[in-house]
Design a protein around this ligand. Structure first.
Ligand SMILES: Nc1nc2c(ncn2[C@@H]2O[C@H](COP(=O)(O)OP(=O)(O)O)[C@@H](O)[C@H]2O)c(=O)[nH]1
Ligand SMILES: [Mg+2]
Length: 256
């Protein structure tokens, strides 16, 4: 087996200056940090390229047009695999995720390279009730779709993925390219036999005046997520007999 090699992968779309803070915070914790700028029109592509010119540890990949979070991650995964990386820690570019936990997550992944290391969000008072409740619904479905494989949170994007496995579940199907990425990724990886390991990680919701930006649109994206759970449920029914057998036999992802 080849030794595990980990990078931090940050998909970014029009976050404004928050992406610089995020990248600096990640570089303070890790030696390889890649940002995929997904058709941003806020000048951050140029700003990040200037930062990368001064710091060898940072790499910037550019998509000319906005293609969505999952598409941006996939572009980064292909490039990272080609360079010999085995695992990617994804984090949001908008300052919501705890960069100081990068080494902790990387270590957990290095100890169990066959797993996916998932952040389990610890909310503070800043979390909007609607988002916290919506999350419970998504987690309930995810739990069912994976027959209780142990996914702590379906939506939190602060995670370490095995790169080859994630590419395998994404290619050959057109979905998972936008906000349906995070949830569908963990469900399909669990179906493939990748066991989740859950670690607590705080999440912040920043107000607009603190530089907070969100591209999540309740109408558009809840339709996208509902359609995602619909197709996952249909496929789950087909997979149910084999999944149940694996569960009874304690085969991956159901091993202790
Ligand atoms: N590449 C890419 N990343 C995106 C896009 N929209 C969101 N993101 C990333 O996904 C993260 C989460 O999206 P965000 O808009 O903050 O949603 P929220 O945190 O759920 O409100 C962002 O911080 C970005 O890193 C997009 O269109 N393309
Ligand atoms: Mg956000």
């Amino acid at each position: 087996m080849t030794a595990a090699r980990h990078l931090v992968l940050i998909p970014s779309y029009n976050t404004g200056p928050k992406v610089y803070e995020t990248v600096r915070a990640a570089l303070a914790q890790w030696h390889d940090v890649w940002v995929v700028v997904d058709g941003s029109t806020d000048g951050t592509a140029e700003g990040l390229q200037r930062l990368a010119a001064e710091d060898q540890r940072l790499r910037v990949l550019l998509l000319p047009q906005n293609r969505g979070k999952g598409a941006a991650v996939l572009l980064g995964l292909h490039a990272a695999l080609a360079e010999g990386y085995t695992h990617a820690l994804t984090m949001d570019s908008d300052g919501q995720h705890p960069a100081e936990l990068i080494p902790h997550f990387m270590q957990a992944s290095a100890e169990r390279p066959d797993t996916m290391v998932l952040g389990r969000p610890v909310f503070d008072a800043s979390a909007p009730l609607l988002r916290v409740r919506g999350r419970r619904v998504s987690n309930w479905w995810t739990n069912l779709e994976t027959l209780g494989a142990g996914i702590g949170d379906s939506l939190y994007g602060f995670r370490v993925y095995p790169i080859a496995e994630l590419i395998a579940v994404m290619q050959g199907q057109p979905w998972m390219r936008r906000f349906d990425f995070d949830t569908e990724a963990v469900v399909r990886l669990a179906w493939r036999g990748v066991k989740p390991v859950n670690l607590d990680a705080p999440v912040k919701y920043l107000k607009a005046e603190e530089g907070g930006v969100s591209h999540f649109r309740y109408g558009r994206d809840n339709v996208l997520l509902t359609w995602m759970h619909t197709r996952l449920m249909l496929e789950f029914l087909l997979r149910l007999p084999l999944l149940a057998l694996r569960r009874v036999r304690r085969r991956p992802p159901f091993q202790p």
